[in-house]
Structure formats: structure tokens, C-alpha cells
Design a protein around this ligand. Structure first.
Ligand code: ADP
Ligand code: MG
Length: 202
């Protein structure tokens, strides 16, 4: 990933890209959650990112750290499910740790801190069939200069044989095996949405 200096237009495109991905894939995310959860992940993400889009001018006008914080806050406030506070924590912690003009090193450090914050908030860890099982491998790919899109898709696919230990899917025990985790899929979609803006040639 190249050094990024996200001006207002780029911040707007980033937010729009992630929001559009969530809105366009709401039905798919809900179908995944119907298999191992309560069938609302797509609805939750759609509600959260519709609220983000309603204030896009305000978010995009802010410097990157504050923009991430206000997007995260909107998700915390608008999403009822577990994913709202967790993604909200992810965005808010990125905002707390990123400088306004981050280089790759700063991004790696901030993303690591944001993943740790999600773990703390969710009392969760890698290997439990959650969004963390995509966020962790994408962070590793970022640190090693790997392909972020491939890492995200492979990691989401790798949640299929996992048994859920956290979140509603854990209530199913062994019956959670054989389905992709909805939050893993939404995380992979967010990664694609970000790389599409920051690495348009990829
Ligand atoms: P809810 O589970 O409240 O219905 P969603 O359906 O919107 O909320 O989100 C479910 C997703 O949230 C799961 O697929 C999983 O990836 C993620 N998730 C749930 N609980 C946790 C947790 N404790 N730690 C990390 N991720 C979690
Ligand atoms: Mg759900």
C-alpha cells in the first residue's frame, strides 16, 4: 500500500466505498447471519452505514483521525447488534492512533491497536469465528507487504470450518461449523472497499 495522504475527496471516497459495499451486500450478510445467528447482520450494517452516509459531508470534512472517530461513533449509536460497538471500536481506535497523514508504518501500528481494542471490547480473540479472523490476517498481510484482498478473502473462507466460540453463533456449538462468519465477510468487504480506493490499479 502506498503512503496515503487522504484529502477530503479521498476521505469521502473511502467512506462512500465502504458504505456502498455494506449496502450492496446487505442481503448476503443477512443470509450468512440467518445460517448461524439471528439474521440481522446485513440489516445492522445497512442501518449503520445509512446513518454514516446521512452525515457524509460532516465526516469527510474532518481530518482523518476525527473522521474515523465520527464514523465509529455513528456505528456505535445506530447499530443495535454486537457488530455496531465492535466496528465502532475498530474505527474509533484507528482514529485515535492514526496521524492525519499516515504512512504505512503508522497504518500498521494503528490497525494493530484497533484489533486489540476490538478484542478487549468483545472479550474475544483470533480463532473464535468472528470478524477478528479476517482483521488479524489482513493486518499480518499489511505488515508483510502481502495482498490485502487475497488475505481478506482467504481468511473469510477459513472461518467456514471453524466452530464459533464468541457471538450468537457460539450458541450453535458444532452446528456453527460449515458456514462463513457474517462479520468475517463484512470485514473482507470493507477491506476490498478500502483497497479499491487506495490501490485503484490492483
Ligand atoms: P448480533 O450478533 O448482535 O446479531 P451482528 O449480527 O450484526 O450482531 O454481528 C454478528 C457478527 O459480529 C459475528 O458474525 C461476528 O463476526 C461478530 N462478533 C460477535 N460477537 C463478537 C465478539 N465478541 N468479538 C468479535 N466479533 C464478534
Ligand atoms: Mg446478528
Amino acid at each position: 500500500m502506498p503512503a496515503m495522504i487522504p484529502d477530503e475527496a479521498t476521505r469521502r471516497r473511502l467512506i462512500e466505498s465502504v458504505a456502498r459495499a455494506m449496502l450492496d451486500h446487505a442481503d448476503e450478510l443477512t443470509a450468512l447471519d440467518q445460517a448461524i445467528g439471528d439474521g440481522d447482520h446485513g440489516i445492522n450494517m445497512k442501518r449503520g452505514f445509512e446513518a454514516v452516509m446521512a452525515d457524509i459531508d460532516t465526516h469527510a470534512a474532518k481530518p482523518l483521525p476525527e473522521a474515523l472517530a465520527s464514523v465509529g461513533m455513528a456505528l456505535v449509536m445506530k447499530v443495535g447488534g454486537a457488530s455496531g460497538p465492535l466496528y465502532g471500536t475498530l474505527f474509533m481506535t484507528l482514529g485515535k492512533h492514526l496521524p492525519a497523514e499516515p504512512d504505512r508504518t503508522a497504518l500498521i501500528a494503528a490497525f494493530g491497536a484497533a484489533i486489540d481494542a476490538v478484542k478487549a471490547r468483545g472479550k474475544s480473540d483470533f480463532g473464535q469465528k468472528t470478524m477478528l479472523d479476517v482483521l488479524g490476517p489482513v493486518h499480518a498481510a499489511l505488515a508483510s507487504g502481502g495482498d490485502l484482498d487475497a488475505a481478506a478473502d482467504d481468511a473469510a473462507e477459513a472461518t467456514v470450518p471453524m466452530k464459533a466460540i464468541r457471538g450468537r453463533a457460539s450458541f450453535l456449538g458444532d452446528r456453527s461449523i460449515g458456514h462463513m462468519d457474517p462479520g468475517a465477510r463484512s470485514s473482507a468487504l470493507m477491506v476490498h472497499a478500502v483497497t479499491a480506493v487506495l490501490e485503484p490499479s490492483a
